[in-house]
Design a protein around this ligand. Structure first.
Ligand SMILES: Nc1ncnc2c1ncn2[C@@H]1O[C@H](COP(=O)(O)OP(=O)(O)OP(=O)(O)O)[C@@H](O)[C@H]1O
Ligand SMILES: [Mg+2]
Length: 343
């Protein structure tokens, strides 16, 4: 691998890839980003998690020097995004920036062009292109023109193109939104490998599972504010309950099972998104025995049960209150133990 084209600007601050203080961006009277602080340690994967319109893309665009902040400050490896944008741009890669690749050219040809633009020799460019296509599972499609690519293939080529320069910090704005599960998993593997090879990744996602799978630390952002920050485990612990998951053998018993769970644990249980599972918050894992005995007495058989830390879905709903809004007042009357969590 040639190093002669790699970044020759020494990061000012080896430790922190991103430091943002009180970042603000307003559009008219909409404070899209309203005082965001972020600290991303070099060599880590940092997840910014939030629903549509939370301010994720706007935050990334300010950090990537694509949008000027209206307030606050941010630096990338110690370089101020407003005062030293040229330097910052050489330290970062942003997916999406190569959207205007040539549709009639093949994937290989596109990657070779980008490599040549970045100063790689013809031989290096060809090797880099084939390396990246292999890495992203696009070898078979290498010779096909881009106009025949699926959305997932384009996304992967886009990420591949942004990696030619091997930037120390990579911004991935919703890297897997709309991808099928298999392609999503490939993307996750690629992101993990990037970080193993020394890059820092800041990614945004609406997928709680994605943040859970990938991120060392997470900021939960809602309406322009960071509403929670920490490791996945810290966030889960902040919810303060464990979670009982019951797979009911016979789906016709679901309703009865929920009634029993609710009565014994004095909670309101929920049914998992994919159905077939009763989920209930628990303050005290010891109570699980009472539930199992009550279910057996009612003749309800379980296929499986587990007591888990809360999922990020549960964490998010607990922190932001979204999705439980109709029940918010009711929930606040309840004790910690009886907290309502919907999935
Ligand atoms: N260029 C713009 N002009 C005006 N308003 C904007 C602009 N960009 C974003 N906004 C508004 O700022 C808010 C935050 O948008 P942003 O795109 O940062 O959210 P997001 O978290 O990335 O959402 P999504 O998950 O849908 O991508 C939204 O209310 C959006 O409508
Ligand atoms: Mg966005």
């Amino acid at each position: 691998m040639s190093n002669q084209h790699s970044i020759n600007i020494v990061p000012n601050n080896g430790d922190m890839a991103v430091e943002a203080r009180g970042l603000v961006k307003t559009f008219g009277d909409n404070r899209a980003v309203d005082g965001v602080d972020l600290n991303v340690r070099a060599g880590s994967i940092y997840g910014v998690l939030g629903p549509n319109g939370a301010g994720k893309t706007t935050t990334i665009r300010m950090l990537a020097t694509l949008l000027r902040p209206d307030g606050g400050s941010a630096s990338i490896f110690g370089h101020d995004v407003v005062k030293e944008p040229q330097i910052v741009r050489q330290l970062i890669g942003v997916t999406g920036q190569y959207a205007s690749v040539d549709e009639s050219l093949s994937a290989t040809e596109n990657l070779i062009i980008f490599s040549r633009l970045l100063g790689l020799s013809r031989t290096e460019a060809r090797r880099k292109a084939s390396e990246l296509l292999e890495e992203f599972g696009l070898t078979e499609a290498a010779k096909r023109p881009l106009k025949n690519f699926s959305g997932g293939m384009r996304r992967r080529l886009d990420l591949a193109a942004s990696l030619i320069a091997q930037p120390p910090l990579i911004f991935l704005d919703e890297p897997t939104t709309g991808l099928d599960p298999r392609t999503r998993n490939q993307m996750w593997d690629t992101i993990r490998r990037l970080v193993k090879s020394g890059s820092t990744v800041l990614l945004t996602t609406q997928y709680l599972q994605e943040a859970d799978e990938l991120a060392d630390r997470i900021a939960v952002i809602d309406r322009g504010h960071v509403v929670a920050e920490g490791t996945v485990n810290e966030l889960k612990e902040s919810v303060g309950t464990s979670s009982l998951h019951l797979n009911i053998e016979n789906l016709q018993h679901m309703q009865d099972a929920r009634l029993i769970v609710d009565r014994v644990l004095k909670v309101e249980s929920a049914v998992s998104a994919e159905g077939g599972k009763v989920l209930a918050p628990m303050a005290d894992a010891d109570r699980v025995a009472d539930v199992l005995i009550a279910l057996r007495e009612a003749g309800i058989q379980l296929a499986e049960f587990s007591v888990q830390k809360p999922t990020l879905d549960e964490v998010f709903l607990t922190i932001t209150g979204h999705g439980v809004e109709g029940d918010a007042a009711k929930a606040s009357d309840k004790s910690e133990q009886e907290r309502e969590v919907r999935v």
